[in-house]
Write a protein that binds this ligand. Structure first.
Ligand SMILES: Nc1ncnc2c1ncn2[C@@H]1O[C@H](COP(=O)(O)OP(=O)(O)OP(=O)(O)O)[C@@H](O)[C@H]1O
Ligand SMILES: [Mg+2]
Length: 233
């Protein structure tokens, strides 16, 4: 990675800035767990959402995608948040061309406007120009074709979505992917919101793989134990 690329990357990408930290280790554990939950039906498309706004969806998606790419697998991140797209910002890229471009332009459908992130094996399909009605686009058959094209180019396609409650975008997308991960933010996401989001996803028969707790305080006693054991071993 060049110095300019490194400078453009967000501090939130801990898997790049501190690959040996406990947080990066947690992302690698999540990557491994996802492989195990899907032994029978491999996860090729994964939707990441949460009950409400600003609960860490995009941060989790980007770090998980980096962990997957660091594990020698090809990954594509797709910014399906056509209301407040943000993945491009984390990587210092732009969102002029992307998902909605593939919806409107036949040439882009066969030759997707994927951007290199600077992380080997990891590409971004940004949002593209924002449409007036995201659910119409996300629920279209054209969206299925986009996913088919992207799956041919990566081992894992990760979709970033707006919150489940308030808009229908995430539940619509949930019907088109192999699995859904629900992000919950410690001390922020309310218990009844988690239940409401789960109910909505179950209603459309989404394959809810599990929930990930973001912003949880680090358990220092466990770390101590782990490091002590390592030193002895
Ligand atoms: N570990 C962290 N430390 C500090 N700030 C954080 C951390 N994780 C996330 N944030 C901040 O919290 C905000 C929300 O993060 P993020 O964009 O990942 O959430 P989101 O659920 O995708 O939000 P949205 O609903 O807007 O899509 C961002 O402004 C980000 O800078
Ligand atoms: Mg987001």
């Amino acid at each position: 990675m060049t110095e300019k690329q490194t400078a453009a990357l967000s501090d939130l990408l801990v898997t790049l800035s501190s690959p040996r930290s406990p947080i990066s280790e947690a992302y690698r554990t999540l990557r491994t767990n996802l492989q195990f939950v899907s032994l029978d039906k491999p996860l090729r498309t994964l939707l990441i959402t949460s009950p409400g706004p600003e609960e860490g969806k995009s941060t989790l998606l980007a770090n998980l995608a980096i962990a997957i790419a660091q594990g020698e697998k090809k990954a594509i991140m797709v910014d399906c948040d056509l209301r407040r797209p943000s993945l491009h910002k984390l990587f210092g890229l732009d969102h002029q061309r992307g998902l909605t471009t593939m919806m409107l332009d036949d040439k882009a459908l066969t030759d997707p406007p994927l951007q290199e992130t600077g992380v080997p094996g990891l590409q971004l399909l940004a949002s593209g120009p924002l449409p007036p009605s995201p659910p119409d686009l996300l629920g279209s058959q054209r969206m299925d074709r986009v996913l088919t094209v992207l799956k041919e180019r990566a081992d894992m396609v990760l979709l970033d979505a707006p919150p489940v409650i308030a808009v229908s975008d995430a539940t619509i997308l949930a019907t088109k992917v192999d699995g859904v991960l629900l992000v919950v933010s410690a001390g922020q996401t309310r218990r009844d919101s988690v239940q409401a989001a789960k109910t909505r996803l179950e209603k459309v028969n989404a394959r809810l793989i599990g929930a990930v707790l973001m912003n949880a305080p680090l358990d220092t006693s466990l770390q101590q134990y782990y490091y002590t054991r390592q030193e002895k071993g």
